[in-house]
Design a protein around this ligand. Structure first.
Ligand code: ADP
Length: 488
């Protein structure tokens, strides 16, 4: 339900603005009290004015009722004093007075219309029973009331004996004066309300504009950063909320700067790495050009070196392309259920010739048969890099042992070697692009510094992990752990 209302509100373009919402809220909050106050006051006034009128008129009529008895008016309506009194009071209150005797007969009507008629209305009957009635008709603007004409002696006896009601004074008086006052008040209230509305409107506009200012500052500060990309963090401490926003933005900014720095570093590393083989080729070629009558053997030797440098350049470019592809197609993997034992056997078979050059013994130990959901090409590349490193950074007559194992959730591949090991301070850097412990040695044996970065990328893609432990001059152990079932 709340969602529905929210969606509906968001569909109105104007209501999507916080400023408009604050403005409307202030307007409503300003207008409602003024409307309620006006209505309540006018209603209160009307009620009070009617009550005052009723009590005033009923007192007057009570006095007249007494006079009626004194002058025995119920039997003889010729008394001029009473008639004058009745006319005067009906003129004064702009009303009509009827005197009804105990036979329900109208003996006097100040309008002179109903005299002699019989009136048996509810009010009159009630009044004869001792109940005074008053009725206010606000639509037609009159008050109707009945006053009993009681024997004053009987009346004074109180409740001991029922009062003897000799007749009823039925009157209706106009409330036009009250209505007039109300309409004047209403007009004044309306003018006041219009003035207040204008005041509230102006204030709401100003306040909503003012309250929104810090958010404008946030936008301005963010826009400035977009243009300048300076190092400093932005701050808009006007509200806690705006500070939260800019804090979050600063965090993103820091991450972007770090990314930008590492991108720049990567680009400069790539340029440097690509330039090194080119410089070698240039030196080799120049020295051939500058010499005259170069012997054939020297040509042969230099050209062989140039070809080696071209191979190296090619390898760097290929590794870079692999890395870029892995980055770009993050998550795009070709998953199949693969027998890892067979995969490792094939991999070892391919690498054995390189190991043989240094007379290194390569051993594969499969503790159990393992089937797992992996991208065959990528996992082969990742594990090849590790076994190749174990051979490359090994000593003559050394050994490399690859052990495959699994539990119900993961399979593990451990690659141990008897090589030169990795210094402790280098361990945290080996997965960085182009990082090599010994640059010249690595170059000699054809390393690009990209192998472990590629390997780590592939393993993370499979939601796996890689660990390394090493003792210098003794050897290195890499442990790869990958889930048997692939999850995105
Ligand atoms: P490279 O192409 O230079 O081998 P890698 O990313 O594969 O690059 O490895 C990074 C560096 O880590 C290597 O240059 C090497 O110094 C070190 N390294 C990797 N594996 C081993 C290992 N098994 N034994 C000793 N050093 C290793």
């Amino acid at each position: 339900m709340r969602e529905k209302i929210k969606n509906q509100i968001n569909k109105i373009p104007l209501l999507r603005s916080l400023k408009v919402r604050i403005f409307l809220l202030l307007m409503v909050m300003g207008m409602i009290p003024s409307y309620v106050t006006r209505t309540a006051l006018l209603h209160n006034y009307e009620e009070r004015a009617v009550n005052v009128k009723i009590s005033e008129v009923s007192n007057q009529f009570k006095i007249i009722a007494n006079h009626l008895l004194t002058y025995n008016y119920l039997r003889d309506t010729s008394s001029e004093v009473i008639n004058a009194e009745l006319n005067q009071i009906s003129n004064l209150y702009d009303g009509r007075v009827l005197i009804i005797n105990s036979n329900f007969k109208v003996i006097k009507d100040t309008y002179g219309i109903s005299e002699g008629k019989t009136i048996i209305s509810e009010e009159v009957v009630k009044c004869f029973k001792g109940e005074n009635t008053t009725y206010y008709d606000d639509k037609d603007g009159f008050i109707e009331m009945t006053i009993p004409i009681m024997d004053s002696v009987t009346e004074n006896r109180g409740n001991e004996e029922p009062a003897q009601i000799k007749g009823v004074l039925l009157s209706s008086i106009s409330t036009d004066t009250i209505a007039l006052t109300i309409s004047i008040l209403q007009r004044k209230a309306f003018v006041l309300e219009v003035v207040m509305t204008i005041l509230i409107l102006v204030m709401s506009l100003a306040i909503s504009q003012f309250l929104i200012l810090p958010f404008k500052k946030v936008t301005g500060a963010i826009n400035d950063v977009k243009e300048g990309f300076t190092d400093e963090a932005i701050s808009v401490p006007d509200y806690e909320e705006t500070q939260h926003i800019v804090d979050a933005f600063n965090k993103v900014l820091r991450r972007m700067r770090t990314l930008d720095n590492s991108r720049q570093e990567f680009v400069s590393n790539v340029s440097h790495e690509l330039k090194t083989p080119l410089t070698s080729m240039k030196v080799l070629a120049d020295s051939l050009i500058m010499q005259e009558n170069v012997p054939n053997e020297l040509y042969q030797e230099f050209m062989t070196d140039i070809a080696a440098e071209i191979d190296r350049e090619n390898k760097i470019i290929n590794d870079l392309l692999t890395l870029v592809k892995l980055d770009k197609t993050d998550g795009e993997v070709n998953i199949e259920t693969i027998e890892i034992n067979a995969l490792l056997e094939l991999l070892m078979k391919r690498l054995r010739p390189i190991a043989r050059l240094k007379n290194i013994e390569v051993i594969l130990e499969s503790n159990r048969s393992v089937q797992a959901e992996v991208d065959e090409v990528k996992i082969t590349l990742a594990l090849s890099n590790l076994v190749e490193n174990a051979i490359k950074y090994n000593k003559e007559n050394g050994w490399v042992r690859v052990t495959l194992d699994a539990d119900h959730q993961y399979f593990t591949v451990m690659i141990e070697d008897s090589g030169m090991g990795i210094p402790e301070e280098s361990l945290e850097h080996i997965y960085e692009r182009f990082y090599r412990v010994d640059k010249s040695h690595s170059r000699e044996i054809g390393g690009t510094g990209l192998g472990l970065a590629i390997t780590r990328n592939i393993i993370l893609m499979h939601r796996g992990m890689i660990q390394v432990s090493s003792i210098e001059k003794e050897g290195t152990t890499f442990l790869v752990k990958i889930p048997l079932t692939y999850s995105k």
